[in-house]
Design a protein around this ligand. Structure first.
Ligand code: ADP
Ligand code: MG
Length: 234
C-alpha cells in the first residue's frame, strides 16, 4: 500500500509539473512566434526566409502538441465537480465554431439539459475538444457534425458523429496509441488524451466507424442522479 501511495504522489507531481509547464511555456512561444513573423517580412535572402519559415512551423507544432495535450491543464484547477453535460458541449461547440466554419462543417447539437456527471471541468472540455476537432478534420470537404446527449438509467452518453472519411477496423484499433496519426501535421495525442480523461471519470468510449461513410464516438459516463445532487431533500 505504501508503494501505491508513493506512486500516486509521483503521478500527482508529474501532472502538476506538466500543467505548470504548459502554462509557462505558451506565452513565450507566442512571443517568439510574433518576432519571427516580424523578421520574416524583412528577410534578406531566400535562405533566411526559408529558415525562419521552418522555425515558425516548429513553433506551431509545439503549440499544437500543447493544444492537444495540456491546453486545459491549469495548476490547482483540477477539482472534481458535478458538470452539466449540455453546458460543456455548448462551451466546446462555441470554441470550435470558427474552426468548423472555416472547414465548412455545420455543427448540429441535440442536447437535453439536466444531465450531470462527475469530473474535472477543464479536462472534460479538453476531451470533448479533441474528439470534436478530429471529427471536423475528418471532413475536409465539409459536412455535418452531430453532437447529442442520450440519458440512460444510470449513465449519460455523449455521441459525436461525423460523415467524414471514416476508418477501417484496423485503423480504429490503433486509436488512442500515442503518436498514431494519419495527418501531415498531426500530433497523435488527441484521442490518447481523450481516452485517459474518460477512463479517469470511470467511463468508456465506444467507436463505430465505416471507411468512406463516417464515424461515431460514444462517450459513456456514470450519471450523477438528482437525488445525490440535491442531497437528502429529494
Ligand atoms: P491527430 O488528430 O493529431 O492525428 P489523434 O489522436 O487526435 O491525433 O487522432 C489519431 C488519428 O485517428 C487521426 O490521425 C485520424 O487518422 C484518426 N481519427 C480520429 N478521429 C477520427 C474521425 N472522427 N474520423 C476519422 N478518423 C479519425
Ligand atoms: Mg486530433
Amino acid at each position: 500500500i505504501r508503494r501505491e501511495i508513493r506512486q500516486a504522489e509521483k503521478m500527482r507531481v508529474i501532472s502538476d509539473l506538466a500543467a505548470s509547464v504548459s502554462h509557462e511555456v505558451r506565452n513565450p512561444l507566442t512571443v517568439a512566434r510574433g518576432f519571427l513573423q516580424l523578421l520574416l517580412t524583412s528577410a534578406k535572402s531566400e535562405k533566411e526566409s526559408r529558415f525562419m519559415t521552418l522555425a515558425l512551423e516548429e513553433l506551431d507544432r509545439a503549440q499544437e502538441i500543447i493544444g492537444d495535450y495540456l491546453a486545459y491543464a491549469k495548476p490547482d484547477a483540477d477539482r472534481l465537480e458535478e458538470l452539466e453535460v449540455e453546458d460543456e458541449i455548448r462551451y466546446v461547440s462555441g470554441v470550435l465554431q470558427p474552426y468548423a466554419l472555416f472547414g465548412e462543417v455545420e455543427i448540429e447539437t441535440d442536447c437535453p439539459e439536466h444531465n450531470w456527471v462527475l469530473g474535472e471541468r477543464q479536462k472534460f472540455r479538453q476531451c470533448l475538444i479533441n474528439l470534436v476537432k478530429n471529427s471536423i478534420e475528418a471532413m475536409p470537404e465539409g459536412g455535418k457534425l452531430r453532437i447529442g446527449i442520450h440519458a440512460l438509467q444510470n449513465k449519460v452518453e455523449v455521441r459525436i458523429r461525423d460523415n467524414g472519411t471514416g476508418m477501417t477496423p484496423e485503423e480504429v484499433s490503433r486509436l488512442g496509441k500515442a503518436f498514431y496519426t494519419t495527418k501531415e501535421r498531426g500530433t497523435g495525442l488527441g484521442t490518447m488524451v481523450a481516452f485517459s480523461i474518460i477512463k479517469a471519470m470511470n467511463g468508456r468510449i465506444d467507436i463505430h466507424s465505416k471507411k468512406g461513410a463516417g464515424t461515431e464516438f460514444t462517450i459513456v459516463l456514470p450519471k450523477v442522479n438528482p437525488a445525490e445532487k440535491f442531497g437528502s431533500a429529494v
